[in-house]
Design a binder for this molecule. Structure first.
Ligand SMILES: NC(=O)c1ccc[n+]([C@@H]2O[C@H](COP(=O)([O-])OP(=O)(O)OC[C@H]3O[C@@H](n4cnc5c(N)ncnc54)[C@H](OP(=O)(O)O)[C@@H]3O)[C@@H](O)[C@H]2O)c1
Length: 247
């Protein structure tokens, strides 16, 4: 189950964290994976690791906040990796501040990277999916987009925007056998949460029904389900992977 042999996936923000875990898992399940982010050195090292383990991966330098470059960047893909069947819009940034102190630049940069990037890249790969009458688009949102968070009005608006975008695209593209969904992680163990003082970490855990932080693999597993053949009857959904932080 959940094999992806013969499929080509593009994962943004694949150079570390959740995106790296998603890319590794999709490759392990048989997909050829285009690894996209700005840090080409990290992507090149990851592609070499995946290839050495018997998978297929290609590093692509791509800045998701620069939609005007997408066409040319995708054209540069070698033939084996062109023709994207599965798009995972995972790249994301934060620029937190209370609204009174949030600059227009903080607002625009987060919206451009987290939401407009997903719009423009989906548009870029869509034609191929429509021709094949098969496609999967998953965007990595956040529970913050479902429940809100003080100091993250820009981030929450972008993540909530991904849900509205997915629901509308799901309706536009369902007849072409293309599904569009969001995976909304809660608190995930990353370099950032590792640095939290013990007391702050315990307070976070106290809010979670399952009494643990999530892992990058918890998120990757949810993405795998949605992009697989087996997940093909699920579309227009925001799948909350938060251990019950938000129910
Ligand atoms: N960690 C959590 O607890 C959590 C919770 C909920 C949702 N999320 C979401 O999950 C996603 C991944 O989070 P993470 O924790 O793994 O983040 P992370 O460790 O900060 O990694 C972010 C990734 O996005 C890439 N990226 C950032 N800006 C980019 C741009 N302009 N163009 C291309 N790539 C860009 C980065 O690569 P380069 O710097 O090399 O470009 C990196 O690979 C994000 O969308 C985040 O909002 C995370």
């Amino acid at each position: 189950m959940f094999r992806l042999d013969g499929k080509t996936a593009l994962v943004t923000g694949a150079s570390q964290g959740i995106g790296e875990a998603i890319a590794r898992l999709l490759a392990r399940q048989g997909a050829r994976v285009v690894l996209a982010a700005r840090s080409l050195d990290k992507l090149t090292a990851l592609a070499a690791e995946i290839t050495a383990a018997g998978g297929a991966a290609y590093p692509l330098a791509l800045d998701v906040s620069r939609a005007e470059t997408f066409g040319e960047r995708l054209k540069s893909l070698p033939e084996d990796f062109a023709g994207i069947d599965i798009l995972v819009n995972n790249a994301g940034i934060t620029a937190d501040n209370l609204l009174a102190r949030m600059s227009l630049d903080d607002w625009e940069q987060v919206l451009r990277t987290n939401l407009t990037g997903a719009f423009a890249l989906s548009k870029e790969v869509l034609r191929g999916m429509m021709k094949k009458r098969w496609g999967r688009i998953v965007s990595v949102g956040s529970v913050v987009g479902l429940m809100g968070n003080p100091g993250q009005a820009n981030y929450a608006a972008a993540k909530a925007g991904l849900v509205g975008f997915a629901k509308s695209l799901a309706r536009e593209l369902g007849s072409r056998n293309i599904t569009v969904n969001v995976v909304a992680p809660g608190y995930i163990v990353t370099a950032m949460t590792d640095k939290l003082p013990e007391a702050a970490r315990e307070e976070l855990v106290g809010q979670i029904a399952l009494k643990r932080l999530g892992t990058v693999d918890d998120v990757a597993a949810a993405v795998l389900f949605l992009v697989s053949e087996e997940g093909g009857y699920v579309t227009g959904q925001a799948l909350n992977v938060s251990g019950g932080l938000y129910i």
